[in-house]
Design a protein around this ligand. Structure first.
Ligand SMILES: [Mg+2]
Length: 250
């Protein structure tokens, strides 16, 4: 079971994206940190990011973020556990058995309009799409994935970029794994995000907090889920706090 670095079982999970959600305003982070330190025994703090581990860690130190209890990186393909931030072996095993890097690379080779971006993640292939033909390219990629019957899924990253990751990975599923291992209920699990890349966290039955500065794509995708999602007016970390207060969690 995943516990606090100091050994106690927390009551709730606070899981947040970094760029554009927790990170964006330094004064808001300062305020957020103060609140979290005061409520430290209540929360398991989870950061979930598309960044690779080294880059996430750089951001944590540069922006004076609190050290998390769990750090989920690479779009939900790697899970690191405090205090030593070693890889969670159970999750690692799942990713290894689902991912065949050579076959995934073969799959995209020869598909027109797609270029592999620098490979930095072990269980993720990031692709650039030629913008002019991106709709067709995406369709061809979907077809190629179906044909190959590989257990991978296509995750949109931005207008001209997608990731291929194991079908059992992703921000939402990685958080479900952590939440189950902590034996904390979904009602006591709060998720915070600002963009379409966070959407998978908001459709798993957790309590959602969309920060005020969130992109329209996330707000639109969740506009009919007002019972499970709170739309903060405040931006960045202040938006997280506003949501937690609304839910009565702080
Ligand atoms: Mg973000």
């Amino acid at each position: 079971m995943i516990k606090h670095a100091h050994g106690k079982k927390p009551k709730s999970i606070l899981a947040t994206d970094l760029d554009g959600t927790l990170v964006g305003s330094r004064t808001a982070v300062y305020d957020f940190n103060r609140h979290m330190i005061k409520n430290m025994n209540n929360f398991l703090l989870v950061y979930i990011t598309g960044r690779v581990f080294a880059s996430a860690w750089q951001l944590i130190t540069k922006e004076n973020l609190l050290y998390p209890d769990v750090l989920i990186t690479d779009m939900g393909t790697e899970i690191y556990i405090a205090p030593h931030f070693g890889l969670d072996q159970g999750w690692e095993q799942r990713m290894r058995s689902a991912w065949d890097a050579a076959r995934v690379q073969n799959l995209v080779q020869g598909l027109e309009g797609l270029q592999v971006r620098e490979i930095r993640s072990r269980f993720r292939l990031s692709l650039h799409m030629d913008r002019v033909v991106s709709n067709n390219t995406l369709l061809r990629l979907h077809k190629a994935v179906d044909r190959a019957e590989l257990p991978v899924k296509i995750v949109p990253v931005s207008a001209g970029a997608v990731d291929l990751i194991p079908v059992c990975a992703g921000k939402g599923l990685a958080l479900c794994y952590v939440q189950e291992r902590c034996q904390i209920s979904k009602e006591q699990t709060f998720v915070c995000g600002d963009s379409g890349k966070d959407l998978s966290m908001f459709i798993k039955g957790f309590k959602g907090i969309v920060v005020g500065n969130a992109r329209p794509e996330l707000k639109n995708a969740l506009k009919f889920k007002t019972r499970e999602v709170y739309f903060s007016k405040s931006y960045y970390a202040s938006g997280i706090l506003e949501g937690l207060k609304k839910y009565g969690a702080v």
